[in-house]
Ligand binder design. Structure first.
Ligand SMILES: *[C@@H]1O[C@H](CO)[C@@H](O)[C@H](O)[C@H]1NC(C)=O
Ligand SMILES: *[C@@H]1O[C@H](CO)[C@@H](O)[C@H](O)[C@H]1NC(C)=O
Ligand SMILES: *[C@@H]1O[C@H](CO)[C@@H](O)[C@H](O)[C@H]1NC(C)=O
Ligand SMILES: *[C@@H]1O[C@H](CO)[C@@H](O)[C@H](O)[C@H]1NC(C)=O
Ligand SMILES: *[C@@H]1O[C@H](CO)[C@@H](O)[C@H](O)[C@H]1NC(C)=O
Ligand SMILES: *[C@@H]1O[C@H](CO)[C@@H](O)[C@H](O)[C@H]1NC(C)=O
Ligand SMILES: *[C@@H]1O[C@H](CO)[C@@H](O)[C@H](O)[C@H]1NC(C)=O
Ligand SMILES: *[C@@H]1O[C@H](CO)[C@@H](O)[C@H](O)[C@H]1NC(C)=O
Ligand SMILES: *[C@@H]1O[C@H](CO)[C@@H](O)[C@H](O)[C@H]1NC(C)=O
Length: 416
C-alpha cells in the first residue's frame, strides 16, 4: 500500500511539471453550463405555492460563485446578485457521465434555502470544508436585496446530511445586515479552530477573525484592505469593471511542523497588491483591538493583474486568479514574489476565473470561471445559449493547504 502511494505521488509530480511547460492545454474544461437549473422534482409536492413565492427562478439571473469538492460531490454557492435565484447553496454529483448543464441539487434541502426565515440561507457567497467533514458556510452577502437578516456563519456536518453543527451570528458592527458582505473564507484548524474572512462591503471593509473555541469574532481594518483607486480599468464582456472591489481574495499557508503560526495572504479586487500577515497576530484579539497589529502587515509584491479567488496547496504554492487577464498565476510563497508566473491564459473562454478548490484525492486543482462582473449591472447582456460557466481542472499532484500537518485518524477531506 505504502509503496503504491509513493509511486503514485512521484508520477503525479512529474506529470504536473510537464504540464506547466505546455501552459496552454494544462487547464481543461471539466464541466460547463449555458445556464443553471435545479432538481425541481425534489421540491416537496405541497410546496407548489412556495415555489412561486419563495423559489422564484429566472434562469438568466443565476450565476455560480464558490466551488468546493468533497468526495463525489462538488458544492457550489449561488450568490444572489439579481432576483430569481431560488437557491443559494447546492451541489452536483461528479460520478455522472454528463458534463454539460448538470442540474444543481439544493443543499442540505430546499427548505434550508427558503429565505423566508433568517435561520435559512439568505445569500451564501463562500464555503470551505475542514478535515472533520464540516462545511463552513458564509451567509453574509447583504449588499443587494437584503432582508434584515444578520450575517451568519454555519457549520454543516457533511457526514450527517448537512445537519447544522454550529451557528454564529455576526454582530452588526462587524458585518452589517444592511450592506455587509462576507466574501471569502479560509480555515485554520490550530488552537481550537479559526476562520479568516474577507468583508468586502463598500461601507466597512476589513478582515474578520472568528475563533471557534471562543465563539467570538473581531475585525481588522486597514488601508491595504481598501480598493486602489489608481488601478487600471479593464473590460469584461465589453463593459468596464467598476472600481468597487475592496479586500476579497484570501489564502492561508499550510501548517509548519513545529508551529501553529501560519501566514494569511490577502488582496483587493480592485488593485494589484498582495499583502500578508502572520496568524500569530490575527489570533490575538487584544492586539487586533489596538493599532499595533498593523506593523506586522507585509507587502509581498505587485501581481500581473486583478485577482478574485486564491488558494495555497500543501507545499506553499499560491494559485491566484487574474480576472483582468483571463488567466491563472502561480507563486511559491517560500520565494520572493517576482518569481511568480502566469501559468494559463485563455482570452476566449476563461472569463472571470473566480474560485478554486482542490480535489485532494486525485491531486487536481479546480477553478470556476463565470463572467460574474456581467451580473452586477442593470441587465445581463449575455446570450442565454452561450456557455458562460466553466469548471476547469488542472493536475498538480498536490492537496489543499488544509491537509498539511493534520494527523486526525479520520480525515474526511484529505483522504478522498
Ligand atoms: C429546468 O428543468 C426542468 C426539469 O426539472 C425543466 O422542465 C425546465 O424546462 C428546465 N428549465 C430550464 C430553463 O432549463
Ligand atoms: C453518484 O453517487 C451517488 C452516491 O454514491 C449516487 O447516489 C448517485 O446515484 C450516483 N450517480 C450516478 C449518475 O451514478
Ligand atoms: C430590522 O431588524 C431590527 C432588529 O434587529 C428591527 O429593529 C428593525 O425594525 C428591522 N427593520 C426592518 C425594516 O424590518
Ligand atoms: C460538531 O462536529 C464535531 C466534529 O465532527 C463533533 O465532535 C461535535 O460533536 C459536533 N457537534 C454537534 C453539535 O453536532
Ligand atoms: C455562539 O455564538 C452565537 C452568537 O452568534 C450564539 O447564538 C450561540 O449560541 C453560541 N454558541 C455556543 C456554542 O456558544
Ligand atoms: C497579545 O498581544 C498583547 C499586546 O501586544 C500582548 O501583551 C500579549 O502578550 C499577546 N498575547 C499572546 C497570547 O500572545
Ligand atoms: C489576452 O488578454 C490580455 C488582456 O487584455 C492581453 O494582455 C493578452 O495579450 C491577450 N492574450 C492573447 C493571446 O490574446
Ligand atoms: C527579485 O527580487 C530579488 C530580491 O528582491 C532580487 O534580488 C532579484 O534580482 C529579483 N529578480 C528579478 C527577475 O527581478
Ligand atoms: C498560449 O499560446 C499563445 C499562442 O500560442 C501564446 O501567445 C500565449 O502566450 C500562451 N499562453 C501562455 C500562458 O503560455
Amino acid at each position: 500500500m505504502v509503496t503504491k502511494s509513493i509511486i503514485a505521488v512521484i508520477i503525479f509530480i512529474n506529470f504536473g511539471e510537464l504540464n506547466f511547460t505546455k501552459a496552454n492545454d494544462s487547464f481543461k474544461v471539466a464541466y460547463e453550463w449555458t445556464h443553471i437549473n435545479f432538481t425541481w422534482e425534489s421540491l416537496p409536492r405541497h410546496s407548489k405555492t412556495l415555489k412561486e413565492r419563495t423559489f422564484k427562478y429566472i434562469p438568466d439571473n443565476v450565476v455560480p460563485g464558490g466551488i468546493k469538492i468533497y468526495g463525489n460531490r462538488i458544492f457550489v454557492t449561488l450568490p444572489k446578485l439579481r432576483e430569481g435565484v431560488p437557491v443559494s447553496l447546492a451541489y452536483f454529483w461528479r460520478n455522472d457521465s454528463t458534463k454539460t448543464n448538470i442540474p444543481f441539487i439544493p443543499y442540505p434541502t430546499w427548505e434550508d434555502n427558503n429565505k423566508e426565515s433568517c435561520w435559512n440561507f439568505q445569500n451564501v457567497q463562500s464555503i470551505e470544508i475542514d478535515t472533520k467533514g464540516l462545511m463552513w458556510v458564509l451567509d453574509g452577502n447583504r449588499m443587494k436585496g437584503h432582508n434584515n437578516c444578520s450575517c451568519k456563519l454555519y457549520l454543516l456536518d457533511l457526514k450527517n446530511n448537512g445537519k447544522k453543527n454550529h451557528s454564529y451570528t455576526f454582530p452588526d458592527n462587524i458585518c452589517s445586515k444592511v450592506g455587509g458582505f462576507l466574501n471569502d473564507i479560509v480555515i485554520d484548524e490550530t488552537d481550537g479552530g479559526y476562520a479568516y474572512i474577507t468583508e468586502f462591503s463598500l461601507t466597512d471593509p476589513g478582515l474578520i477573525v472568528y475563533s471557534r473555541e471562543k465563539n467570538r469574532s473581531w475585525k481588522l481594518r486597514d488601508s491595504t484592505m481598501f480598493l486602489n483607486v489608481d488601478a487600471p480599468i479593464y473590460k469584461i464582456d465589453g463593459k468596464n469593471v467598476p472600481h468597487i472591489g475592496n479586500i476579497d481574495g484570501i489564502a492561508l499557508s499550510p501548517k509548519q511542523s513545529n508551529s501553529n503560526d501560519k501566514v494569511l495572504f490577502y488582496t483587493t479586487l480592485t488593485g494589484y497588491n498582495l499583502y500578508s500577515i502572520s496568524t500569530k497576530f490575527l489570533k490575538n484579539e487584544t492586539l487586533c483591538n489596538s493599532n499595533l497589529w498593523r506593523k506586522y502587515i507585509h507587502y509581498e509584491g505587485k501581481k500581473q493583474g486583478a485577482t478574485d479567488g486564491m488558494i495555497i496547496d500543501e507545499i506553499g504554492d499560491l494559485y491566484y486568479t487574474l480576472t483582468s487577464l483571463n488567466a491563472i498565476g502561480k507563486w511559491n510563497t517560500n520565494t520572493v514574489f517576482n518569481t511568480s508566473k502566469i501559468i494559463y491564459q485563455n482570452n476566449k473562454s476563461m472569463i472571470w476565473p473566480d474560485t478554486f478548490s482542490f480535489d485532494n484525492k486525485n491531486g487536481d486543482l479546480y477553478v470556476i470561471s463565470n463572467h460574474i462582473s456581467s451580473y452586477l449591472g442593470d441587465d445581463v447582456h449575455l446570450d442565454p445559449v452561450d456557455t458562460k460557466f466553466k469548471i476547469w481542472k488542472h493536475h498538480t499532484g498536490r492537496k489543499s493547504y488544509i491537509c498539511k500537518g493534520n494527523n486526525a485518524k479520520y480525515n474526511y477531506l484529505c483522504n478522498g
